[in-house]
Design a protein around this ligand. Structure first.
Ligand code: GLU
Length: 427
């Protein structure tokens, strides 16, 4: 097992459990063991093959210069170029970006895309920055990583607190360096710059498809079911809309500042109308609940769509949902996964449930490469097929092997990468 060093203090033990890189490595190793791969495969896959740390100077609006730290991790490029988003967040760490790049490899494996995983992050708080400062930071990041990225090397995309505008600045900066228009460098662009129909709502669409499949397994239906969504950003807000339109009752939502609860169902269209571009809406209300309380609300379907380590061994016993579908990356710790699975709660893991985003990013990249663009209906149809296949593959692996869906997803996700590395003669 990867937890090689025995931690001495309870604090350290707790930190270990919340260490997303360590827990990812643990599951990757278990998956490889179950698939019968030798130790060197784990040795190769436990860390990114390439990791770049950059320091980005940005002239701020008050004319001062601020230096930001950024990362780009490329987990494994045996299958194809690496692919994954860039997050702008004050809590970004090197370890987190590494774990996120491994998750991207797994997602690509599960939905069978010709990519390996990559991820980027910049330590910053975009909520506190002006448009001009954000542009400077986005362009500076691209200049700093330009040597290791590109349409056939590593293709960035949006993630937490980044959006089509930021993708547009990044694409423009890369095209300037390259001296030609290069839309395939990045996905999640505005449609007029070669973005794809359906990309903005793709993560939520993918989650919706997983929910549709999961409820079938539990013998319930989305219509009339009670749903709690943690996070009202890109994934959470579109998801609330889709499920609300399908007749589900959204009884709880939250943002970084708190949650809203109404057992009779919240007015989602009103909340969507009032949310800001960072997904903040609860500040407008007085009667709020905490994010902890939100997770424990009585419901049928719980969707963590915010950040990591939200469901832990502390609250896993108190979750009152029969299905959890992870729209965020890494919201549930391994301990919590075990507790939930023992309690018979169906947990659809992040690397499967949130793969809709990268799937439509792949469609965007294909359209950029071929210079011919598909309609929204064509994208939706393709996404549906990919997600249902991925879901069933993971679900059936879990059933046959009598394991939880997280481990099953890792087994499905890691296989292609390990095979590709073997054929290339790397291991
Ligand atoms: N950031 C998204 C994710 O975590 C999308 C990545 C992409 O589109 O490449 O899956």
């Amino acid at each position: 097992m990867v937890a090689d060093k025995a931690s001495d203090s309870p604090n350290e033990q707790n930190e270990d459990k919340l260490d997303v890189l360590k827990s990812t490595q643990t599951v990757v190793q278990t998956a490889l063991d179950k698939l019968g791969y030798p130790e060197e495969v784990f040795d190769l896959l436990k860390e990114p093959v390439r990791m770049m740390t950059v320091r980005i100077p940005v002239r701020m609006d008050d004319d001062s210069i601020k230096i930001f730290t950024g990362y780009r991790a490329q987990h494994n490029d045996a299958v194809g170029p690496t692919k994954g988003g860039v997050r702008f967040h004050p809590d970004v760490t090197e370890k987190e970006v590494k774990a996120l790049s491994i998750w991207m490899s797994l997602k690509a494996g599960i939905v069978d895309l010709p990519y390996g995983g990559g991820k980027g992050g910049i330590v910053c708080d975009p909520r506190e920055m002006s448009f001009r400062e954000l542009e400077g930071l986005s362009r500076g990041y691209v200049r700093a990583i330009s040597q290791i990225v590109g349409p056939t090397k590593d293709i960035p995309a949006p993630d937490v607190f980044t959006n089509p505008q930021i993708m547009a600045w990044m694409m423009d900066e890369y095209s300037r360096i390259d001296e030609f228009n290069n839309p395939g460098f990045i996905t999640g662009k505005p449609i007029v710059l070669g973005g794809s129909h359906g990309r903005e709502s793709a993560t939520a669409k993918g989650v919706t498809i997983c929910i549709d499949e999961a409820v079938k397994k539990k013998g319930i239906s989305v219509k009339g079911s009670r749903v709690v969504i943690q996070g009202f950003g890109n994934a959470g807000s579109f998801l609330a809309k889709f499920l609300n339109d399908q007749g589900a009752k959204i009884v709880g939502i939250s943002d970084a500042y708190g949650g809203l609860h109404d057992p009779d169902g919240l007015d989602i269209d009103y909340l969507l109308d009032r949310r800001d571009s960072f997904g903040t809406v609860t500040k407008l209300f007085e009667d709020t609940i905490s994010n902890e309380e939100l997770l424990e609300l009585d419901c049928d379907i719980l969707v963590p769509a915010a950040v990591e380590n939200q469901i832990t061994e502390e609250n896993a016993d108190k979750i009152n949902a029969s299905i959890i579908v992870e729209a965020a990356n890494g919201p549930t710790t391994l301990e919590a996964t075990r507790i939930l699975s023992e309690r018979g709660i169906l947990l659809v893991p992040d690397v499967l449930a949130s793969a809709g985003g990268v799937t439509v990013s792949y469609f965007e990249w294909v359209q950029n490469n071929q210079g011919y663009y598909w309609t929204e209906e064509e994208i939706e149809e393709k996404l549906y097929k990919v997600m249902v296949k991925g879901f069933n593959n993971v679900y059936n692996t879990a059933e046959t092997r009598k394991i939880d869906m997280r481990l099953a997803a890792y087994m499905v996700g890691v296989r292609k990468m390990a095979e590709a590395a073997r054929f290339r003669g790397w291991i």
